[in-house]
Design a protein around this ligand. Structure first.
Ligand code: GH3
Ligand code: MG
Ligand code: MG
Ligand code: MG
Length: 324
């Protein structure tokens, strides 16, 4: 019926969305240890959702942290256990914090319902539970959860976009600028080493002139990929300019940084790059300037400046080399 609804109304139509939503199939954890009540709740929810029933609150907590449930429905009067405590745990644990939690309570138990709502339980139902109300309230929570998940995903995606270079997928200069200051201060404070590599492809203009700008883009992307495979997860690899990459190596001593630079230079030179729609391969070399944090450095700019000077020396000395 979901497919039919979107066919009838068209994508993006609010009516179509509302109709499709009635088919929202959620994965629900029901924590209830009274068989009769569990059966009744399961009968009401089972038509719309995938249900897991667990009577033991300790096991339920493990299930909730391990499984990807869209919602938990918790009975407040479990045998010998305060269901409210389970709700509180579900609301506070990292793994379950974003999952909606609903309480099922006795009418004489309004005080505990209020406490639950105060520490962030999303909603509740009073016994005897009305089927339609149950289904409607569950649907509201599931819809709310899906919406905030979508929103969170969109925010993350746009944040990612803002700090990523579109062509190479490396960090962009904005990211480097905004993270390097803090990284550098931290290293200065703890007197830890930091190294910087500045890479610039040799005679890249000639590559563009020979193979075309599009092929140049392709080489640049493959170059960036290859450089990245020779760095560690904690390193910052950023596209600094056109065909220039800066790599920041936290905790790297002088010798280690020089070694990494030399290895990258060798790996670029060793294997020519293939390009689409061209049988020729492109031989690429890179020049690299290396520098380290010095106690006298006031900011990362001082360190980067020396890497730039070293890079200039590598170019003057004939290219395809590492200078420090
Ligand atoms: P060298 O560094 O060895 O001195 O020579 P070079 O030819 O590489 O000179 P330079 O680094 O000064 O210039 C880089 C050239 O790279 C200039 C520009 O046309 C080209 N370039 C910069 N960004 C891009 C890009 O995103 N795509 C392509 N295809 N070319 C780019
Ligand atoms: Mg240059
Ligand atoms: Mg160049
Ligand atoms: Mg350049």
């Amino acid at each position: 019926s979901r497919a039919m609804a979107s066919r009838d109304f068209g994508m993006g139509d609010p009516l179509a969305l509302a109709a499709a939503e009635t088919g929202l199939d959620a994965s629900i954890l029901l924590v209830e240890d009274r068989p009769g009540s569990a059966d009744r709740l399961a009968a009401a929810l089972g038509q719309h959702h995938t249900l897991t029933v667990e009577g033991d609150p300790h096991k339920a907590l493990v299930l909730a942290t391990e499984g990807a449930f869209d919602l938990a429905l918790v009975s407040l009067d479990l045998q010998g256990f305060d269901g409210l405590r389970l709700c509180s745990q579900l609301r506070s644990l990292d793994r379950t914090r974003t999952m909606p939690v609903m309480m099922i309570a006795e009418t004489h138990d309004r005080a505990r319902v209020t406490r639950g709502l105060e520490f962030g339980v999303h909603d509740y139902l009073m016994r005897p539970v009305d089927r339609n109300e149950l289904v409607a309230r569950v649907r509201t929570q599931v819809r709310r959860r899906r919406f905030s998940d979508t929103l969170r995903g969109a925010v993350q995606a746009s944040m990612e976009l803002a700090i990523t270079d579109g062509l190479t997928g490396l960090h962009n200069r904005r990211y480097l600028d905004s993270h390097l200051g803090a990284l550098f201060r931290e290293a200065t404070l703890r007197n830890r080493p930091v190294a910087a590599l500045m890479l610039d492809i040799d005679r890249f203009k000639t590559i563009n002139d020979t193979f075309g700008h599009e092929a140049g883009d392709e080489v640049l992307k493959a170059f960036a990929d290859r450089v990245r495979t020779h760095t560690r997860g904690i390193d910052i690899v950023a596209r600094y300019g056109g065909e220039e990459i800066v790599i920041i190596l936290p905790d790297a001593e002088a010798e280690g940084a020089y070694g990494i630079a030399e290895r990258i230079r060798e790996r670029i030179e060793a294997v020519p790059f293939a390009i689409q729609r061209d049988t020729r391969t492109v031989s690429v070399t890179v020049s690299i300037g290396v520098s380290w944090r010095r106690p006298a450095d006031a900011s990362p700019a001082d360190m980067l400046k020396r890497a730039d000077v070293a890079l200039y020396r590598a170019k003057s000395a004939g290219r395809n080399r590492v200078e420090a």
